[in-house]
Design a binder for this molecule. Structure first.
Ligand code: NAP
Length: 288
């Protein structure tokens, strides 16, 4: 049970709105399990107050914060230093306060790769189709490039978004193509891939019946299908993929591992990931 004292160290999340966040139960369960006098709180911060709020962290002695919608890109322009992944993405999801300085990190890509590794899905040397070139899609693309996938087909409803991400990927020496979801020829790309990742919000609560971005009749049993949505735990895409005999993975472990990475940055300790996952699953069950 969380107890606050005169020495409690504080971390948290800035978002707007922020009431939906599942990070407080996840991190507070971790502090509790390790007997740490730390607490994690959610702060609803208006976009025009973000800089003031971030600059106040060192004054208040707050150790760090996560950033969620709509602050990730704006924070990249405010912090004093960016990690290589935050620099490449121009988006920050974790801030570390070091004295007066703010260090910006992005743990989404690493969280995604850790979740794949835990599920025994190895993307190195494979053909991958990535649906969605938004914030999460870009972090995932960067992670997959580091893993030296054989090729990356990026699909977005705005082809320009997929194109600009593809240009970045090309510089990393990965064979890469940008597609819009409606283009002919995409079926062949999907069928020849070993891994398909959904990083669009299509199928997310409350729109759980929304059609998957690609026709699921294109999926084949040898494939792994990852949907980074975690609410619901089994999206329509994952249900259909299971029916077609594919291996499937949802976004819960990615959420846990990106949080675990932030936990390590702030505390210098390895996060108790099982405890965090259990807390997250319980919070998801209790969510309205
Ligand atoms: P985002 O920045 O809005 O990006 C989503 C991208 O998908 C946008 O470029 C969007 O295009 C595109 N898209 C939407 N519908 C499409 C369709 N039918 N066909 C092709 N492309 C389509 O959102 P995000 O922050 O990356 O988040 C995406 C999803 O990932 C959300 O469901 C979020 O909850 C989840 N997520 C999970 C984790 C985790 O840890 N598990 C972490 C981050 C995000 P438009 O801009 O034109 O709509």
């Amino acid at each position: 049970m969380l107890r606050l004292t005169g020495n409690t160290k504080l971390v948290g999340v800035f978002g707007h709105p922020v009431g939906h966040t599942l990070s407080p139960p996840m991190h507070n369960a971790a502090f509790d399990a390790l007997g740490m006098d730390w607490a994690y709180l959610a702060f609803d911060i208006l976009p025009e107050k973000l800089e003031q709020a971030l600059r106040s962290l060192s004054v208040l002695g707050v150790v760090g914060v996560n950033l969620t919608i709509p602050h990730k890109e704006a924070a990249a322009k405010i912090v004093d230093e960016l990690s290589s992944s935050a620099q490449a993405l121009q988006a920050v999801n974790t801030v570390q306060v070091k004295g007066e300085r703010l260090l910006g990190h992005n743990t989404d890509g690493r969280g995604f790769l850790r979740s794949l590794a835990e599920a025994g899905i190895e993307p190195a040397g494979e053909k991958v189709v990535l649906l969605g070139a938004g914030g999460a899609g870009r972090a995932i693309a960067l992670g997959l490039m580091e893993k030296k996938v054989k090729s990356l087909t990026i699909v977005d409803c705005i082809k320009d978004k997929a194109l600009s991400l593809a240009q970045q990927a090309q510089e990393a020496g990965v064979e890469v193509e940008a597609w819009s979801a409606e283009e002919a020829g995409l079926r062949q790309k999907v069928e020849s891939a070993a891994l398909l990742v959904n990083a669009t919000p299509v199928g997310m609560y409350p729109d759980v019946e929304a059609s998957p971005v690609i026709p699921t009749g294109w999926l084949l049993p040898h494939q792994a299908v990852v949907d980074i949505i975690y609410r619901p735990a089994r999206t329509r895409l994952l249900q259909e993929a299971e029916k077609r005999g594919c291996r499937t993975l949802n976004g819960i472990k990615m959420l846990v591992w990106q949080g675990a990475e932030a936990f390590r940055l702030w505390t210098g300790r390895e996060a108790p990931v099982r405890v965090m996952e259990e807390a997250l699953l319980q919070a998801l069950q209790e969510a309205p």
